[in-house]
Unconditional design. Structure first.
Length: 227
């Protein structure tokens, strides 16, 4: 697991094409920024921050947003475990990392240094995995498919997903297989996660690919959780 950052760095080789911010898990109301757009002005940032009150600011970087086979999403919460407390400075750091992006490892290292204050990301294993529809995460509602208390079982995961046909097949948006880190908040750093490929666009629907789900579950989880 200590090599997960390096492993992801070898897999995620393109630039993120989309950056988005959400307040208090309201992903349906995300501020979405495309790489083709000019960097938002300070005035635009200030208007976003002042528009409504919030406690936690969330950033998501999206790679290969139009490619079901290569799409990745990095989600980081600016919560109380972060050394950086200022939302405006956080957005500036996120935008710097977006528009001046070099590689995945460097992006994570910058967040370690400038947001958390020490080496933190991907040092510990994922706590849990759930799955839902991107930018409809709470309105649809995620399905929990695994946590550290259980060994990984492919058939169990398939059955849990099939119990939610609204997630297994959807016209709303692509689904995300979300590996969640520091869910309980007992580590010295923020809650964060990585969403991996898990679906294919068939006609006007995104459909879960169970083979892809199994591949990424085995790729990212520690050996002790595998059969």
């Amino acid at each position: 697991m200590n090599n997960l950052k390096e492993t992801l760095s070898q897999i995620i080789t393109s630039k993120p094409d989309t950056l988005q911010f959400a307040k208090d898990r309201k992903f349906e109301e995300s501020w979405i920024i495309n790489l083709k757009q000019e960097r938002p002005s300070q005035e635009t940032i200030d208007k976003y921050l002042l528009k409504d009150k919030f406690e936690t600011l969330i950033v998501e970087y999206v790679w290969e947003s139009e490619n079901d086979e290569k799409r990745f999403v990095l989600t980081i919460f600016l919560d109380k475990k972060c050394q950086l407390k200022n939302s405006k400075e956080f957005i500036a750091t996120c935008l710097d990392n977006f528009y001046q992006y070099t590689n995945f490892k460097n992006l994570v290292d910058v967040f370690d240094k400038e947001v958390v204050g020490h080496q933190y990301f991907f040092l510990d294993p994922a706590d849990a995995v759930n799955l839902s529809v991107f930018n409809h995460w709470l309105s649809v509602g995620p399905v929990d498919i695994w946590n550290q208390a259980e060994a990984y079982n492919k058939e169990s995961v398939i059955n849990k997903i099939k119990s939610r046909p609204d997630i297994e097949r959807t016209k709303l948006n692509y689904q995300g297989l979300f590996f969640r880190f520091n869910v309980r908040g007992n580590l010295n750093g923020p809650y964060f996660g990585i969403k991996t490929p898990c679906c294919n666009k068939i006609g006007d629907e995104w459909v879960i690919n169970f083979g892809t789900v199994d591949y990424w579950m085995k790729m990212i989880m520690e050996e002790k959780y595998l059969p």
